[in-house]
Ligand binder design. Structure first.
Ligand SMILES: Nc1ncnc2c1ncn2[C@@H]1O[C@H](COP(=O)(O)OP(=O)(O)OP(=O)(O)O)[C@@H](O)[C@H]1O
Length: 596
């Protein structure tokens, strides 16, 4: 219960922080409007009674009250709707910012592996719009409560038995809620197949997947699976809809019985002289409004529950983010320069999601000396990228430790360590910014410095890519933007490489197959240059880790580490490994024969 209250408060907090005046105004105008509407029925009663009593003055006062209430209610509706839109817009923007901080600002990546996290994150992303809706749902419920309260008071003035009408309304509200619950449950139960259906839809309609779908003749397969999935989802949701419709019919019958009963009672009272004709008009008016109020109660009640469910997920993600950001127990500063080495001592690692927590790295003991260029080689799945991710601090070893000049990496603040890490990955990100920014984000403080960006482009051999763009470095990248230019895979990759070379004073530089889209000669020439630069800058002690399947590139490294099934099979310089005649020598021989 306390958790629910906190979840509610967190989303109300977003609404009020984003638009405090508008949120207050929406709540107030909603209540005033809700109170004014049933009172108009009361002023009608006064007018009818005055007419029957032939009392013009009383009739005019009542008519004035009616005009005032109608005008006031209309004005309130105007402000209510205006505030509603403003609150939704501003709270939506603030909620997106919070969500980005929660989901994108956490330290490592380990939580992204947990199915529970993925599921919650996916749902929150899908229902993001609702994060802004707590003020609106609350305003709606307040409106309903105010309208029901005033209606009940007016009915009580005529006869206590008429209070059964709001009671029946509550029954009707309950039936309405049951029917909505059925629909919500069906939606939740089908959320996974629905996600698959959307994925298939995406595959079947996107240009990116289009090539492979056609080459492998998969268009029909994807379409059939999509249609079958859609039919299964609809079938399940249809069943719930029919049951919900049954409950709604029962709800209609209950409302009609209440309406007829209330009017029957007031007519009986009027004909026996215990109620006035104005009372009859009052009850008819209030009873008619109650039907609408119950409809609103069901609508806002459901919306409130939906928003509350999203709020709980939001809180859950916030708690996860807090956990991921747990302060270090024994923090140590990141060294300014590396003097000794980055050392891995008995490191073991298993992905949280991997079957039975299978270790993908075991017993890794390795010394990466300051200033060295180290190459990681091995078959697909040998664990090269995983090792790189551990070095970058995205994940923590489950056994053993990584030490930076003798200090456990776990003692260094993640963001401070990563500020000293530079990288280029094979699965790089295509930042659709201006070309100079796409590269410049590799070193934010110097992003706006054209000379630094030019130098990084030069080091990555990407000067030509930017020079050929219509507005050079000021060209917007990405085809979806006006005047945006799309690049080839290799060109994007060269810019990603330049981004990884922006920072000239890192402690660790990682190249995880960043040149896979380039030809072997270009890759060789580039790495020769990187190695030279790395060796020239040995003073800062930066360790350069390079992952490549091309042995012509690998051979220039100071240290080559051969991984096999998550373990180190052998390590040494190119000459040492060739002389040893092991796996490296065998693979090198195979590749060089193929190139001859
Ligand atoms: N996010 C993940 N969750 C679970 N298992 C993973 C994940 N990423 C990689 N693995 C598994 O870890 C093992 C090592 O993968 P890794 O990507 O480190 O290999 P690699 O040597 O870099 O391979 P490649 O040369 O193909 O890039 C593989 O068995 C892979 O299936």
């Amino acid at each position: 219960m306390r958790e629910t209250a906190r979840a509610y408060a967190s989303l109300m907090g977003i609404g009020f922080r984003a638009a405090p005046w508008h949120a207050t105004c929406q709540l107030l105008t909603g209540v005033v409007f809700a109170v004014a509407v049933p009172i108009t029925a009361w002023s009608v009663k006064l007018i009818v009674d005055a007419a029957i009593a032939r009392d013009l003055d009383r009739g005019l006062v009542a008519a004035g009250l009616l005009a005032l209430l109608s005008g006031g209610a209309l004005t309130c509706v105007f402000y209510y709707v205006d505030c509603l839109f403003t609150v939704m817009e501003r709270a939506g923007s603030l909620a997106s910012q919070r969500l980005m901080t929660l989901m994108g600002g956490t330290d490592g990546l380990a939580h992204h592996e947990r199915p529970e996290y993925l599921d919650q994150a996916h749902r929150v992303r899908e229902e993001q719009g609702r994060l802004a809706g707590m003020v609106n749902a609350t305003a709606g419920l307040l409106r309903v409560a105010a309208a029901l309260g005033v209606s009940a008071a007016l009915l009580l003035m005529v006869h206590p038995l008429l209070l059964l009408l709001p009671v029946l309304s509550m029954l009707s509200f309950w039936l309405g809620r049951l029917s909505r619950d059925l629909k919500v449950a069906a939606q939740e139960a089908t959320s996974e197949p629905e996600r698959l259906r959307r994925h298939l839809f995406e595959l079947g309609t996107s240009a990116a997947a289009g090539k492979e779908l056609r080459v492998f003749d998969l268009v029909e397969v994807v379409r059939t699976r999509h249609h079958r999935g859609a039919a299964a989802v609809l079938r399940q949701r249809d069943r719930a809809d029919w049951r919900a419709a049954g409950l709604q019919t029962a709800d209609g019958v209950v409302s009609a019985l209440g309406y007829v009963g209330a009017i029957g009672l007031v007519l009986f009272l009027a004909t026996s002289g215990r109620a006035t004709p104005g009372d009859v008009a009052l009850v008819v008016g209030v009873a008619a409004q109650l039907t609408g109020t119950v409809g609103l109660a069901v609508q806002y009640g459901t919306e409130f529950l939906f928003v509350l469910a999203v709020a709980r997920r939001f809180r859950w993600l916030a708690a996860e983010a807090d956990r991921a950001r747990r302060p270090l127990t024994d923090p140590a500063p990141v060294p300014a320069t590396l003097r000794g080495a980055i050392e891995l001592r008995g490191v073991g690692f298993a992905y949280p999601r991997a079957e039975g927590s299978r270790e993908v790295l075991s017993d890794i003991s390795l010394r990466l000396p300051a200033g060295a260029v180290v190459a990681l080689v091995g078959d697909n799945g040998a664990g090269k990228t995983t090792l790189v991710k551990l070095l970058c601090g995205f994940y923590s070893p489950v056994r053993g430790s990584i030490r930076v000049d003798g200090v456990d990496l776990a003692r260094l603040a993640g963001d401070q360590w990563r500020a000293r890490v530079s990288a280029a990955f094979q699965d790089f990100t295509s930042f659709e910014f201006l070309a100079s920014e796409t590269v410049g984000v590799g070193d934010l403080p110097r992003m706006a410095d054209p000379a630094t960006v030019r130098a990084a482009l030069e080091r990555a051999g990407a000067t030509g890519v930017v020079a050929a763009l219509p507005a050079g470095p000021r060209t917007q990248l990405g085809a979806r933007w006006p005047d945006g230019v799309d690049l080839s895979g290799g060109q994007w990759q060269k810019l990603a490489l330049a981004r990884g070379l922006m920072d000239t004073t890192p402690l660790l530089v990682v190249f995880d197959e960043p040149t896979a889209a380039l030809d072997a000669h270009t890759e060789h020439a580039l790495f020769e240059r990187f190695a030279e630069t790395a060796r020239a800058g040995r003073d800062s002690g930066a360790v350069t880790v390079l992952v490549s399947h091309r042995f012509s590139t690998v051979r220039m490294a100071d240290l080559i580490v051969v991984l096999d099934g998550g373990r180190i099979r052998e390590q040494g310089s190119h000459d040492e490994l060739i002389a040893a005649g092991g796996l490296y020598a065998e693979l090198y021989g195979l590749q060089s024969r193929a190139y001859r």
